[in-house]
Write a protein of this length. Structure first.
Length: 764
């Protein structure tokens, strides 16, 4: 079985297991993981709802109106808590006369103390005044302060729906559970009929907190205003009905109470289907007029149409007075009386805004029902199916690349794609998909494939990295793994390229620097140089103080290892220039010698022995042979010519078509008898300075004149070239000067006629 097929099968298995585990462990109520994941899902849901709400305009919805007890109304009519109930009675009369679909009060009314009214009423009835003006003021007071007007106006209107307070007990404050409805409240036509199996799943309450029973009995409809928040304090759902535990009577929400009137839903017209999580509203003809998505407690998600004041707000004081707002304005509208004032305590935290008026939440709910537009949560079973599908798909795709890290890109792309899909589904259709669970499943599926690849399939690669990772290129290790070959241990002789580099005049650095700073400097230098070496498929043999010993072509074959070695040298010289600029920019931190640091490099290609060498207790993968020694001599002899990178004729033969070089000399280095031609690396073809090619050509012409023993002509050209040599600080000589001096010397003491131009070096 191929590696890829193994990874793909692992991805399929991981996808199924991960999807099932996430579904199982993140949907059980009360668990830490469930609460954590659900919290993130809520945040994701809120972001989508806010994105849609951002397109709303203030006051753009005017079929549901908020009659707002706002600052202007309080300033005009006095402190709200001092308003007599007759004000609200007058509002009921004015608005009802305009034939609205419904008038809902998001206000809790308790009986008011009417001592002043009772006294004036008693005095007026027992003693008639002869003062007409006083009688007029008295009559006006009795009308405006009539405590029964709200009850009478409510009774006479067929569109009024008041708030029913359903709450839980609070024994600390002596508020105990009720076994029956309060004696003064009959609840006639205010409840709905559902089977026991249904009402036991609905939210419940232990008490009815209203005290104004006359108003309750007079109201066309009664409903709960409850908006229980989720665990993070945000209101996202609205109950459709709540059960009173004392009698098991079920009261609709205040919005549902109004909907029953508007859509003609009888008390037995609520069909809760908890298997499919829908609530069907059935009218008196048996027709399903609405199918509302609900959760397992019969709650519907609030379909927020916009930010605060997307619905039209009209100050209470305007609606109270028919001369300020014509009652015909209310024709076929739904009106909700409430307040946006912070001081009246009806500001909520919602999915779209942290501060949101309670009445407008009701407005969103009833508008959603009337428009037949709902947030539609996807069922758990459908979520599970898609969870398995996407996690298996990601697992398969993550297993296809040979390099497992591509799986992270797969997860990122898949996650972003899912977010875009879920967002589009919500914005376009109101469908609410999970986001966090699928992305978690995708991530865990990918990590499972990655772990399988790493722990099971990359054991050999880890072994090779442990054995060779500190001194050979990661690319070579990958090559070993792909070819299923391990390096030959114990030593083998083949043609490779040896590489030596050393810092010029390093002893001068060590004399003037503290050990700590010297180590810091070396670490900076060696880190950058070693990185370049490994990036170019080199193998690090060892560090000898400031020197780097390396080779190319082992332990795994490297195509064009001569070129890789030369490119490494050029890259190192370029990076050293960058380091010098960095050290100069740091001011006095480093000495002048550090600012001028140079290194020398020697490269030679030939037969060498490479392998693990040492003792049974400790071995090192290294190289040995004459090729190694010659590379070291080329590095050290650079200083005699004032150059910094010198390669042998064997290396040059392999790279001459790719790299610009100039011949340095025909020399016999110490420790050898045979002469060798050496070259200075200039640049990779195509990257050289525009004058470099002509400079090298002229240099070689002068070199031919020198070897023809035409000393004057050769010296003249070398003198011209010397002026073009880059004599940066610290460089003491250059090849042109070396040959100028030789021309003078040979002119005085000419060599023999058969002179071969070879120079014998007498020092390293």
């Amino acid at each position: 079985m191929s590696d890829r097929l193994q990874r793909v099968l692992a991805g399929v298995a991981a996808g199924v297991v991960v999807a099932a585990a996430i579904h199982l462990f993140t949907r059980s109520e009360g668990g830490f993981v469930s609460d954590l994941i659900q919290g993130y899902e809520y945040s994701s849901y809120d972001s989508r709802m806010k994105a849609r709400a951002a397109f709303s305009e203030e006051g753009s919805i005017d079929d549901v109106i908020i009659i707002d007890i706002d600052l202007s109304s309080v300033e005009a009519m006095g402190n709200y808590y001092d308003w007599p109930h007759s004000y609200h009675g007058q509002l009921v009369d004015v608005v009802s006369s305009g034939n609205p679909k419904a008038l809902m009060f998001d206000i809790i009314f308790d009986p008011k103390v009417t001592d002043s009214y009772d006294i004036v009423s008693a005095l007026s009835s027992n003693q008639k005044t002869t003062d007409a003006e006083l009688q007029q003021v008295t009559d006006q007071f009795l009308i405006s302060q009539d405590p029964n007007r709200l009850v009478e106006s409510t009774y006479n209107s067929s569109v009024i729906h008041h708030t029913l307070v359903l709450e839980n007990s609070d024994t600390t404050n002596f508020l105990y559970p009720m076994e029956e409805l309060p004696g003064g409240y009959t609840a006639t036509n205010h409840t709905i009929k559902v089977p026991e199996s249904v009402y036991l799943q609905l939210p419940s309450a232990e008490r009815i907190g209203n005290l104004h029973f006359d108003l309750l009995n007079a109201s066309r409809g009664m409903g709960t205003p409850n908006f229980p928040s989720d665990g993070d304090g945000i209101i996202r759902r609205s109950p459709t009905a709540i059960r009173f535990e004392g009698t098991n009577q079920v009261f609709p929400s205040i919005t549902m109470s109004a909907v029953m009137d508007i859509l003609g839903i009888p008390e037995d017209g609520f069909n809760y289907d908890f298997d499919n999580l829908t609530l069907e509203l059935i009218d008196t003809t048996g027709t399903v007029v609405r199918s509302i998505p609900i959760d397992e407690k019969g709650r519907m998600y609030v379909n927020y149409y916009g930010l605060f004041k997307t619905f039209t707000y009209i100050p209470y004081v305007y609606c109270f007075d028919p001369e300020m707002l014509d009652p015909t304005y209310w024709e076929d509208k739904v009106a909700i009386v409430g307040s946006s004032l912070a001081g009246l305590g009806d500001l909520k935290s919602t999915a779209v805004q942290k501060t949101f008026a309670g009445p407008e939440i009701h407005a969103n709910v009833i508008h959603s029902i009337l428009q037949d537009e709902f947030v539609q949560p996807v069922s758990d079973s459908k979520h599970l199916l898609f969870l398995i599908l996407v996690s298996v798909l990601v697992g398969i795709i993550s297993g296809l690349p040979n390099k497992p890290f591509w799986g992270f890109a797969v997860v990122i792309v898949s996650g972003l794609s899912w977010v875009l899909f879920a967002t589009n589904q919500f914005l376009a259709h109101g469908i609410m998909w999970d986001v966090v669970r699928p992305i978690s499943a995708m991530t865990l599926a990918q990590l499972s494939v990655f772990s399988f690849h790493f722990l099971v399939m990359e054991k050999d690669k880890r072994f090779l990295k442990d054995t060779f990772g500190t001194y050979i290129s990661p690319d070579l290790i990958d090559q070993m793994v792909d070819s299923k070959e391990e390096p030959k241990l114990g030593g083998s002789e083949e043609v490779h390229t040896a590489f030596f580099t050393d810092i010029e005049s390093f002893s001068a650095f060590s004399e003037e620097m503290s050990a700590k700073k010297l180590v810091e400097l070396l670490n900076l230098y060696l880190t950058d140089m070693t990185t370049i070496l490994l990036d170019n498929k080199g193998t690090l043999d060892k560090y000898i103080g400031d020197a780097i010993v390396a080779f190319f072509g082992a332990p795994m074959p490297v195509k064009n290892h001569e070129y890789c070695a030369c490119k490494t040298a050029l890259d190192m010289q370029a990076q050293l220039k960058v380091l010098r600029e960095q050290w100069i920019s740091e001011g006095d931190r480093w000495s002048e010698k550090v600012h001028k640091m140079q290194n020398r490099i020697g490269i030679h290609t030939g037969l060498m022995v490479t392998g693990n060498m040492g003792s049974n207790q400790r071995m090192n993968y290294t190289m040995m042979g004459d090729t190694v020694n010659l590379a070291a001599r080329l590095e050290s002899s650079c200083k005699q010519y004032g150059i910094y990178t010198q390669i042998s004729q064997d290396t040059y033969a392999a790279v001459k078509d790719d790299i610009l070089c100039r011949e340095v000399d025909r020399m016999v280095v110490m420790g050898r008898k045979e002469p060798i031609t050496t070259y200075e690396l200039i640049a990779i073809h195509g990257e050289e300075d525009e004058n470099a090619v002509s400079f090298v050509q002229t240099y070689h012409e002068a070199l031919e004149l020198y070897r023809s023993q035409e000393w004057d002509k050769a010296k003249e050209i070398f003198e011209g070239l010397d002026k073009k040599e880059d004599m940066f600080p610290g460089r003491k000589t250059n090849p042109s000067r070396v040959y100028m001096d030789r021309c003078d010397a040979y002119k005085k003491n000419p060599p023999s006629k058969d002179w071969d131009g070879v120079t014998v070096l007498t020092k390293k």
